[in-house]
Ligand binder design. Structure first.
Ligand code: GLY
Length: 354
């Protein structure tokens, strides 16, 4: 399945089979949320629905949310999975269904819709969470050997809704390593986290305390890039159809084919990651500057240009990369096409300046 098909399969499963309202991705600039610089998770734009501050248009919502996270930017291109821009698939319940349905539907999607082998699926749970354990064990039928208690299974992103979680992992097999690092929750690639089910029960306050929410919610996040890697049987996200055409374009301009050396591959991966981020940030109204979001964009853009230089691209090249990104993403985000000329202009000016 192509990345575009996986996104559509997910959204349509929750929309048509599980009565969710499908919403468009919210922009990367948070609205009325001074606690966040950029949207970094599927639930972030939905916080007022979780806390009950605003009545949601439906108590079940599904989205594929554009996200930016730059905390680990130095790792991008050096690992199989770090990205500055990614899409998070999510199904959300605002005081509606809870653990039982969230677990059952995640399993149904993974094993019946995209047909992953159930014997390769493992889960982690918060150690005190017997309820989730029992749903996984008794309702789904997962053996104990596939259920791992993990004390850091608690998900939060700054202030706002948070809670214990249960993560679903895909075992890529022994050829991805057998060392302890590769256990669930480690940095290895063998057990790949593909979905996080957050049982959103608390509202984290500015002072760091946790206020119990009046209603219990479900917040989930499944990485589109990771699901694509699993289904396309690729060793890293960059080799999926969500990135590879960008890598090929950059490789063509540089005259350096993918696979030639570890260092040039890092550069090609960085360029593919960063140009997806640049394109979507500018499309959502962020302009390069020396502070805040504008600075994040400037830094990502300049890194892309620097890595281009490292592999021998001397002329301005971001415009060519942006064309490829728009072509790949326009099915899900048609607004990219309308803004294509503007995105290229903003990126081009900053590239020349740098
Ligand atoms: N909000 C769930 C996650 O980002 O994993």
């Amino acid at each position: 399945m192509k990345g575009n098909d996986i996104r559509e399969a997910y959204l349509s499963f929750f929309e048509t089979k599980k009565e969710h309202l499908r919403l468009k991705s919210f922009p990367l600039i948070p609205k009325d949320d001074p606690s966040l610089l950029l949207i970094g998770a599927g639930m972030a734009p939905l916080k007022p629905y979780f806390t009950g501050k605003v009545e949601p248009p439906c108590h079940r919502v599904t989205t594929s949310q554009k996200c930016i996270r730059t905390g680990d930017i130095e790792n991008v291109g050096r690992t199989a999975r770090h990205h500055t821009f990614f899409e998070m698939l999510g199904n959300f319940s605002f005081g509606d269904y809870f653990k039982k349905e969230a677990i059952a539907w995640a399993w149904e999607f993974l094993t019946e819709v995209i047909k992953l082998e159930s014997s390769r699926l493992y889960v982690t749970i918060y150690p005190d969470d017997r309820e989730s354990h029992d749903y996984w064990h008794d309702m789904i039928g997962l053996p104990e050997s596939h259920i791992y208690p993990l004390s850091d299974n608690f998900w939060e992103i700054g202030e706002g809704p948070c809670g214990p979680d249960s993560e679903i992992f895909y075992d890529q097999g022994e050829e991805f390593g057998t060392d302890p690092e590769n256990q669930m929750g480690g940095d290895g690639d063998r057990f790949l986290e593909i979905w996080n089910l957050v049982f959103s029960q608390f509202d984290r306050q500015k002072d760091g305390s946790y206020r119990p929410l009046d209603k219990k919610n479900i917040d989930t996040g499944a990485g589109l890039e990771r699901l694509s890697a699993v289904l396309q049987k690729k060793k890293n996200n960059f080799e999926t159809d969500l990135f590879f055409p960008i890598i090929q374009e950059a490789a063509g301009l540089a005259g350096v084919p993918y696979g030639r050396s570890a260092e040039s591959d890092v550069a090609l991966k960085v360029i593919s990651d960063h140009t997806r981020a640049i394109t979507n940030m500018i499309a959502d109204g962020i302009l390069p500057s020396n502070e805040g979001r504008g600075y994040v964009l400037r830094r990502v853009l300049r890194r892309a240009v620097r890595y281009g230089k490292l592999i021998g691209i001397d002329d301005a090249f971001l415009g060519r990369m942006i064309d490829v990104v728009v072509k790949m993403m326009k099915l899900a985000y048609p607004e990219l096409m309308e803004k294509q000329a503007f995105i290229k202009k903003v990126a081009g000016v900053e590239e020349k300046r740098f």
